[in-house]
Design a protein around this ligand. Structure first.
Ligand SMILES: [Mg+2]
Length: 392
C-alpha cells in the first residue's frame, strides 16, 4: 500500500483573460486552491479547488481552512479513495463542508492512483475507450450585438477545433434573452445550450420564454440549466414539466443528496455535474449512478478552472457513457495562464474535449509553476515612486 507523506495546500488566485458575467455576478478573478500530495513511492498528485459560494457552497477562505486541517489528517494515510473520503468526512464534521477542497484532494488522489497503475483516470474507472461528447463554449451576459460578435469570434478562433456547441447565459429578462438567442442562431449553425443561473423568478415566465426560444431554434437548443431560484424544486419541476427544452439542474444539484431529491421528485430531466460541487470524481460517480437509476441525463460543467481540474472533468466524461454534453471551456476561454506543459487547445478537437491519455490526470506542471510551488520563485511587485518606503 502506498502512504501519503505530505500534503501541501496553496491559495491560488488567477486574473481572468476578461471579465465574465452571469445572471447574478461578474467574475474578474478565479480565487481557488491548489494541492500537492506526495507519497512514499515518490509519486505526486495534483488537485485544484475552485470555490464559488452560490454554486459550490464554500468560499476560498473556507476551502483553505479545510485543506489546512485535512493536510494534517492525511499524512500517514493509505492512498485508497474510500479511506481518503472517510478522513475528509471527519474534517467536515469538525469544521464544515468544503466541496472544492474535497475535490482538490480527490482529484490529486485519482492522479496518484492513475500514475501507480500507469493508466489515465478514465481507464482506471473501467472505460476502455473514452466517451467523447461535444463541449460548449460559453458566452457570458452581454448586449445583443456583443453576444453576436462573441459567437462570430468563437467560430473564427475555434474553427480548427471544430466548434459544434455554444452555451448562452440567460439574464432572466425574457425579451433580451429571446433576442440574444435569436442573434446567435442567425450566425452560428451548430447546437446551443442555455443557462439561466436561477434568473427567472416566475416559472410561468420561464416556460413562456423557453417556448418562444424553441419556436425559432427548435431542437438546436438541446437543454437549459437552472431556470428558477436554487432549491425551489416545485418551481423547477413546473418548468421541467412544461418546457419544450429539457431542463437540467445545476446550482440545485450540488451534492449527492440534492440529486437524489431531484431524481425522486422528477424535478428535472438532467443534471449538470461539476466536480467542484460534487466533491470530486468519487461523488460524481455516485451522482451518475443515481441519475442512471432514475433515467436522468448528464452533462459535466466547470467553474473558472485551469487545465489541471478540467483534466479531471474530461477524464470523468470519458469514463461515463451517460454524459451527453460537456461544458468544459474555462481553460480555453477565461484562464489564459498555462500552468501545464500540455496545451489545452490540443485537447479540443472535433468540437470535443479529449483526455491526454497520459497516466492519472495526464498533466505535467510547467517548471515555472513547480518552482513557484516549491518556493524557488517569489513574486512581489516592487513599489515605485511615492509608494516606495525603503532604500532599494
Ligand atoms: Mg450552470
Amino acid at each position: 500500500m502506498v502512504t501519503i507523506t505530505e500534503v501541501i495546500p496553496y491559495k491560488m488566485d488567477i486574473l481572468l483573460a476578461e471579465p465574465f458575467s452571469i445572471s447574478f455576478k461578474t467574475y474578474t478573478h478565479s480565487h481557488g486552491s491548489f494541492v500537492v500530495i506526495k507519497t512514499d513511492e515518490g509519486i505526486e498528485g495534483y488537485g485544484e479547488g475552485c470555490p464559488d459560494k452560490p454554486i459550490t457552497g464554500d468560499s476560498q477562505e473556507e476551502s483553505l481552512i479545510f485543506l489546512e486541517k485535512a493536510s494534517k489528517y492525511l499524512v500517514g494515510a493509505q492512498v485508497d479513495i474510500e479511506n481518503i473520503h472517510g478522513i475528509l468526512d471527519k474534517v467536515e464534521r469538525e469544521l464544515f463542508p468544503s466541496q472544492t477542497a474535497r475535490n482538490a484532494i480527490d482529484i490529486a488522489i485519482y492522479d496518484i492512483l492513475g500514475k501507480l497503475e500507469d493508466k489515465p483516470i478514465y481507464k482506471m474507472l473501467g472505460s476502455s475507450s473514452p466517451n467523447i461528447v461535444p463541449t460548449t463554449l460559453t458566452i457570458g451576459l452581454r448586449s445583443i450585438e456583443e453576444t453576436k460578435e462573441s459567437a462570430r469570434k468563437y467560430m473564427e478562433r475555434f474553427e480548427k477545433n471544430g466548434l459544434r456547441r455554444i452555451k448562452l447565459k440567460l439574464s432572466g429578462d425574457p425579451e433580451s434573452d429571446f433576442q440574444r438567442v435569436s442573434a446567435v442562431i442567425d450566425v452560428f449553425p451548430g447546437e446551443i445550450t442555455l443557462d439561466a443561473n436561477q434568473g427567472y423568478k416566475d416559472p410561468k415566465e420561464a416556460v413562456k420564454t423557453l417556448e418562444e426560444i424553441y419556436g425559432i431554434a427548435g431542437k438546436r437548443v438541446i437543454l437549459v440549466e437552472e431556470p428558477v431560484p436554487k432549491g425551489e424544486l416545485d418551481l423547477l419541476k413546473y418548468v421541467s414539466d412544461n418546457s419544450p427544452i429539457p431542463v437540467f439542474a445545476d446550482e440545485s444539484a450540488a451534492t449527492l443528496e440534492d440529486v437524489r431529491r431531484i431524481a425522486e421528485t422528477g424535478s428535472a430531466s438532467g443534471i449538470n455535474i461539476k466536480l467542484q460541487k460534487a466533491g470530486g470524481v468519487y461523488y460524481a460517480r455516485k451522482i451518475a449512478d443515481i441519475s442512471r437509476e432514475y433515467g436522468l441525463k448528464l452533462m459535466v460543467g466547470c467553474n473558472e478552472e485551469t487545465f489541471v481540474a478540467i483534466s479531471a472533468a474530461i477524464n470523468f466524461v470519458a469514463s461515463d457513457s451517460s454524459v451527453i454534453n460537456a461544458d468544459l471551456d474555462s481553460d480555453l476561454l477565461v484562464i489564459d495562464v498555462q500552468i501545464t506543459e500540455e496545451n489545452p487547445l490540443e485537447y479540443f478537437r472535433n468540437g470535443s474535449r479529449y483526455p491526454t491519455d497520459k497516466p492519472g490526470l495526464g498533466i505535467t506542471l510547467k517548471n515555472w509553476f513547480r518552482d513557484l510551488l516549491y518556493g524557488k520563485i517569489s513574486l512581489k511587485k516592487i513599489p515605485s515612486g511615492n509608494d516606495r518606503t525603503d532604500n532599494l
